[in-house]
Design a protein around this ligand. Structure first.
Ligand SMILES: [Mg+2]
Length: 94
């Protein structure tokens, strides 16, 4: 699968799974979450330094690990977002 702007979120989630397997990055969800926490720290450092290019990369790393965690946990992130946004609409009225 090629990654481009036309992909839907489910397709991006499937792309990430394909790459995790190809790059031998499949690991338990606990380990994925540790990597995500590390990447989030890198986001914080990029923000602190005002490094926009690095921030762009680190946010992309976070997205990769968020989608990886969802894959490892068997969660369809699109479905999860739809459900949570329904709750949020009820809570915030918007
Ligand atoms: Mg990184």
């Amino acid at each position: 699968m090629q990654l481009d702007r036309s992909l839907t979120l489910p397709q991006v989630q499937a792309y990430v799974q394909e790459k995790r397997v190809a790059r031998h990055l499949v690991m338990p969800v606990q380990d994925v979450v540790l990597h995500l926490a590390e990447e989030l720290g890198e986001v914080a450092r990029a923000v602190r330094k005002g490094d926009q290019e690095n921030l762009r990369e680190e946010l992309a790393d976070c997205l990769f690990f968020i989608l990886s965690a969802a894959n490892e946990a068997g969660i369809d992130l699109t479905e999860a977002l739809l459900r949570k946004e329904e709750k949020n609409r009820n809570r915030f009225g918007a």
